[in-house]
Design a protein around this ligand. Structure first.
Ligand code: AMX
Length: 433
């Protein structure tokens, strides 16, 4: 058993009595009420999910295991020769809530090299798809194709409920370790004439991803930062919730995460990073060589709103301020690409868009989310095929949602099954006031 798995088991054993006691002794305590608007409005903000892996505060933004983004980056061991933590150490942290030692991390990096070997049939599945399939289709199909080797599915009939977490952890770890190679394969297959770069033994996940993508330093740090920032945003967002919901039927990690990726591929969720770049490029095209100014940015934003579209990269279902994931990436840009014209334009949009959205008066949050800033960095380092950006989000999101479903099985969270009502029932309740 690896050090991570042994520590995770201790953590699970420590935690189980807390959940069991709450359920048994305090099960009737009311924690929320549901309004008609919430029932009709996408269950927005109903407190009905439990996760300890991350928590999203309306004002402050995300905390991973109690630490905000700067604290997370500062606490975890940095990769050799890099400025950001290894993704492996973050995986340990998400699963256990503890900062790993150097030995823990080294063992995990080595473990991921073994787990990370992608079966060759996965590449056959990707190649069998039409080449103009969206890269998210390729990623989701590749993940799903590995279901036949699920350790959870194989062990299910002979297992006790208390042991479900074990093969779920194994599947989750295998998946997390394989995602970067699958993503890099999709990129090089689709956009680089199939000139695939094999993984290099001995590198951590960020460095290996940069290597397989064929992008030089500091892209290893970009990858580490990107995967960590996109990992988790508590469990109610579409990709996390879908993964959790599907896993609640005791579907294994492959079925569950593939479903979560399909939700991430929606333009209101993870596809927004692609939409942001698309918006910026069509705006630049309209300028026809003229300099962007606050006036023409403002006009373009209003044109988007007036044509009935959303401004991608702005707004959030829960957050009510600038997303700290946006800020973390902006700080990276200020350090590494301060004079880049695209970064300057994104900054200009940041100065103008919140005012425009406030004036329009519809959105509850006029501030930028993670997707408003992320594409600029990728563009700068030469990754300009922006329909690939959501795949990067997906690799990162795997860390959070797969840690979550491992804990779902550890704590025996049951089948999820909220109750529907009819419109007539809502009308009856409305009449009663
Ligand atoms: N541009 C224009 N209108 C917006 C808007 C934006 N960026 N954000 C919200 N609105 C509108 C909504 O469409 C809604 O209009 P409606 O009443 O006509 O339906 C109204 O404002 C109220 O919405 P809200 O309560 O503020 O937001 P929400 O919880 O319904 O939706 C989100 C949240 C993210 C889907 C929305 O802000 C949006 O569409 N943003 C643009 C897409 C985007 O950036 N998505 C990425 C989010 C982060 C992520 O998951 N990766």
């Amino acid at each position: 058993m690896t050090r991570l798995k042994a520590r995770l088991l201790e953590k699970i054993q420590e935690h189980r009595p807390r959940t069991q006691r709450l359920n048994k002794e305090f099960g009737d305590v009311v924690i929320d009420q549901v309004t008609i608007s919430q029932a009709l409005g996408g269950a927005r903000d109903i407190h009905a999910l439990v996760t300890d892996i991350s928590y999203l505060d309306y004002q402050e933004g995300i905390r991973f295991r109690g630490k905000n983004i700067p604290e997370t980056f500062a606490a975890l061991p940095t990769a050799p020769g890099g400025e950001y933590p290894t993704v492996e150490s973050f995986w340990y942290f998400l699963l256990t809530g503890e900062v790993p030692t150097k030995e823990d991390t080294e063992e995990l990096v080595a473990d991921f090299q073994i787990r990370g070997q992608v079966p060759s049939y996965v590449f056959d599945v990707i190649r069998a798809l039409p080449k103009d399939s969206h890269p998210m289709v390729m990623l989701s199909a590749a993940v799903l194709s590995m279901q036949k080797d699920s350790k959870f599915a194989a062990a299910y009939h002979g297992m006790k409920k208390n042991d479900y977490w074990d093969p779920m952890f194994e599947d989750a770890s295998d998946l997390v370790a394989r995602l970067p190679q699958i993503a890099a394969f999709i990129y090089r297959y689709k956009y680089k004439n199939g000139d695939i770069i094999a993984p290099k033994p001995g590198l951590d996940m960020g460095a290996n991803f940069a290597h397989m993508m064929g992008i030089a330093k500091p892209y290893d740090d970009v990858a580490r930062m990107y995967f960590i920032l996109h990992s988790d945003h508590e469990s109610g967002n579409v990709s996390a919730h879908t993964t959790h919901l599907v896993a609640s039927a005791l579907s294994d990690a492959y079925y569950s995460f593939s479903a979560g990726l399909n939700g991430l591929a929606g333009p209101l969720h993870g596809l927004a990073n692609q939409e942001v770049l698309d918006w910026i490029l069509s705006f630049q095209k309209q300028l026809n060589g003229a300099e962007p100014t606050e006036e023409n940015v403002k006009k373009a934003l209003w044109d988007t709103l007036n044509s009935g579209h959303v401004i991608p990269g702005y707004g959030h279902a829960i957050l009510r301020k600038t997303d700290p994931r946006y800020t973390a990436q902006m700080e990276f840009c200020q350090k590494h690409l301060p004079t880049d014209p695209l970064f300057k334009l994104v900054n200009m949009i940041y100065h103008v868009a919140p005012g425009v959205l406030t004036e329009q008066g519809k959105t509850k949050n006029p501030w930028p989310n993670v997707d408003a800033q992320s594409g600029v960095i990728q563009w700068y380092y030469g990754l300009r095929e922006y329909d690939f950006y959501t795949v990067l989000f997906g690799v990162g999101r795997g860390l959070g949602v797969l840690a979550n479903i491992t804990w779902d099985r550890a704590l025996s969270y049951p089948l999820e099954r909220p109750k529907s009502v009819t419109t007539a029932m809502l009308e009856e309740w409305a009449a009663k006031g």
